[in-house]
Design a protein around this ligand. Structure first.
Ligand SMILES: CCC1=C(C)/C(=C/C2=NC(=C\c3[nH]c(/C=C4\NC(=O)[C@H](C)[C@H]4CC)c(C)c3CCC(=O)O)/C(CCC(=O)O)=C2C)NC1=O
Length: 161
């Protein structure tokens, strides 16, 4: 896993250089949003199950997906879906804190699309639920932190599509 700091330092190191102006600007941007990120992570973790629940209500409930024949039908599959959304929320929060998406490639997206395809888990509906979590999270943490979280929700969405 990388974060915004190691990403900038590694790229300077590869070139055998001190940090140049643009590298320093990136670090400045990251440090100046540090408190915002920590505050957002704290309210997300305090409200994680409510966020997931609201996103499910917005995007999935009372659709064909929760009826007999749908992929969320049966308690086991319903619970697997909720658990997946909680993974997406938790790992997006880690990525937002790190200011870097590499943890999503390593721990979440690696092999996920293949798993979903082989189990018949609908990707379109999953992406809708992730996008609903993005809206719910933004209304909880505010526009600035919401935008930063949105980067990682979108990253997972496009990695799945
Ligand atoms: C931390 C990284 C990580 C991820 C991301 C992960 C995802 C993941 N989701 C799975 C299943 C599943 N995922 C869903 C999800 C859904 N079905 C729907 O219709 C909805 C649209 C959607 C929820 C938004 C369902 C229903 C299953 C069970 C499918 C089945 O067994 O038939 C499985 C197959 C194994 C299992 O059932 O546990 C994996 C590996 N596992 C991991 O370790």
């Amino acid at each position: 896993m990388q974060d915004a700091i190691t990403a900038v330092i590694n790229s300077s190191d590869v070139q055998g250089k001190y940090l140049d102006t643009s590298a320093l600007e990136k670090l400045k941007g990251y440090f100046s949003t540090g408190e915002l990120r920590v505050r957002a992570a704290s309210s997300i973790s305090a409200n994680a199950s409510a966020i997931v629940k609201e996103a499910v209500a917005k995007a999935l409930l009372y659709s064909d997906i929760t009826r007999p024949g749908g992929n969320m039908y049966t308690t086991r599959r319903y619970a697997a879906c909720i658990r997946d959304l909680d993974y997406y929320l938790r790992y997006s929060t880690y990525a937002m804190l790190a200011g870097d998406s590499s943890i999503l490639d390593e721990r979440v997206l690696n092999g996920l699309k293949e798993t979903y395809n082989s189990l018949g888990v609908p990707v379109g509906a999953t992406v809708q639920a992730i996008q609903a979590m993005k809206e719910v999270t933004a209304s909880l943490v505010g526009a600035d932190a919401g935008k930063e979280m949105g980067v990682y929700f979108d990253y997972i969405s496009s990695g799945l599509s």
